[in-house]
Design a protein around this ligand. Structure first.
Ligand code: AMP
Ligand code: ZN
Length: 471
């Protein structure tokens, strides 16, 4: 397996600390709102990464946190606690919204056929672990108390910046941060490990600590949970690119200072899903969820297919036009799969190995999922036996989890699948309308559109041609 490592900024051969068991940590959601489809892009790619590692023979132990405390509305230590804001917005308690949105996230994962990691831990359940780490950091001189809070002292590290994506402003080491009067930081990028006295006096969740009643900062939770459940050496740490700085930079600073040696080998960062107007973000409020897509007639597998067709290190721009094209392609794929019936044929070993290798090589090449999808289509095109095709599709779906096996068995005809004659009918009408427009017979073109409309089929004209939505 060759993977891009954000720390070295190059593609590296994957060599885990212990070949018997790969450890993988995923930054989980902040459960103050629904996950948006951008967040889900990250979780889709992380799930494929885990399954791809298993496909090539590794055992993977994976842990994920659920952020239910400490994440402020800036990713630094300013702003308000996102959980508190969510609770106020919905007139509920912090724990109520944490439960509600954790359940909603789990449902999203199920709909996307993402495996729930074997270790999923709410941040509020590991307070003792954070206290242990912070106490050691204070003893070792990496942390200090100021203004009632405990801070990590970034000036103690020679190589605090690890990902090279900071702005010039981020890089001002040693400068006092006078922007927020409440902070007692010595250096601009020092960050809170434990809040005891802060502007959030009405903070809902508080715990006793050697430094007074308070609550943990955001970054310490991932260091604590990862250390507690995966040990002092970590193979892969995942998250969206926005987590590189300050979150992951700070995780490295505190964990390595605590354990006293290098910690995580590979950093896997998923690029953002953007809308035409910029990054999709929960705090902006106007984001798309999986349920919203379902309401609009797009099943979760269509969104997943859309994500897997592009590389995880490239920004992906979401548009309904592209999603519509993806839906048509996905429906066609399912139909072709449904036509592969089990018969008495046997597996053609050469062809099976060839296509399986093609698929594996795509994944081993920095998780190239779009090339892996090409292996599906090459399998369908191959004139090999049905038994070979079925065996391959099962293998591919064990990694991509795109509902391909369901389609083979033809059990789960998702609501977005439509029958062949209807597709042919619509495609013929689209063609007739195109010809009418070429002949400038706009009355005929409009009547074709209206005819389809009356049957619940809406035509959508895009740069690439005309597609349709079925209501
Ligand atoms: P949050 O719930 O805000 O803590 O984010 C959960 C995960 O989604 C993190 O790994 C983020 O880096 C990631 N993320 C946030 N926004 C996007 C986006 N627009 N596209 C892809 N991943 C994102
Ligand atoms: Zn994290």
């Amino acid at each position: 397996m060759r993977l891009y490592n954000s720390q070295s900024r190059q593609i590296e051969e994957f060599e885990p600390y212990n070949k018997e068991c790969v450890t993988m940590y995923t930054c989980g959601p902040t459960v103050y709102h629904f996950a948006h489809i951008g967040n889900l892009r990250s979780y889709i790619m992380e799930d494929v990464l885990q399954k791809a590692l298993e496909f090539v023979g590794y055992n993977v132990k994976r842990a994920m946190n659920i952020t239910d405390v400490g994440h402020l509305s800036s990713d630094g230590d300013t702003g308000e606690d996102k959980m508190l804001l969510g609770a106020q917005r919905e007139h509920k308690t912090v724990l109520e919204i944490a439960k509600y949105y954790t359940d909603a996230f789990r449902k999203d994962c199920q709909m996307l056929k993402l495996r729930w990691p074997s270790i999923v831990v709410p941040a509020t359940s590991c307070i003792d672990q954070y206290i242990e780490i912070i106490s050691t950091l204070l003893e070792k001189g990496y942390a200090y108390k100021s203004g009632g809070n405990i801070y990590f002292d970034t000036s103690k590290l020679k190589d605090y910046y690890r990902f090279g994506n900071q702005t010039a402003d981020d890089m001002v080491v040693g400068a006092r941060d006078d922007v927020d009067e409440d902070t007692g930081k010595k250096n601009k990028n020092d960050f809170v490990l434990w809040f005891t006295k802060s502007k959030f006096e009405n903070h809902a969740l508080k715990w006793d600590s050697p430094w007074g009643v308070g609550y943990p900062g955001w970054h310490i939770e991932c260091s604590g949970i990862s250390y507690k459940y995966l040990g002092e050496y970590l193979d892969i740490h995942c998250g969206g690119v926005d987590n590189k700085f300050p979150h992951h930079t700070n995780e490295i600073a505190q964990t390595e200072s605590f354990v006293g040696h290098p910690w995580c080998k590979y950093w896997f960062h998923v690029e953002h899903l953007n809308t035409k107007s910029g990054k999709m973000s929960k705090s902006k409020g106007d984001f798309l969820t999986l349920s919203k897509l379902k309401e609009l007639g797009y099943c979760p597998m269509v969104y997943k297919f859309f994500c897997l067709q592009s590389h995880y290190r490239k920004q992906l721009v979401f548009s309904f036009d592209t999603l519509e094209q993806t839906k048509i392609a996905y429906d066609k794929l399912l139909k072709r799969l449904a036509n592969i019936k089990e018969d008495n044929s046997t597996i053609d070993k050469n062809e099976y190995d060839r296509l399986k290798n093609q698929f594996a090589q795509a994944l081993e090449n920095d998780l190239n999922t779009s090339l892996a999808i090409t292996a599906i289509f090459d399998t369908l095109k191959s004139d090999t036996t049905n038994a070979t095709k079925i065996a391959l599709i099962k293998d591919f779906d064990s990694v991509l989890s795109l509902g391909l096996v369901d389609a083979l068995n033809n059990e789960n005809k998702e609501e977005n699948t439509i029958d062949d004659t209807l597709v042919q009918y619509i495609e013929q009408k689209i063609e007739e309308r195109k010809l009418a427009k070429q002949k400038k017979d706009y009355a005929l073109a409009d009547s074709i559109r209206a005819e389809l409309q009356s049957k619940g089929i809406e035509l959508v004209d895009t740069k690439e041609g005309t597609t349709y939505k079925i209501k």
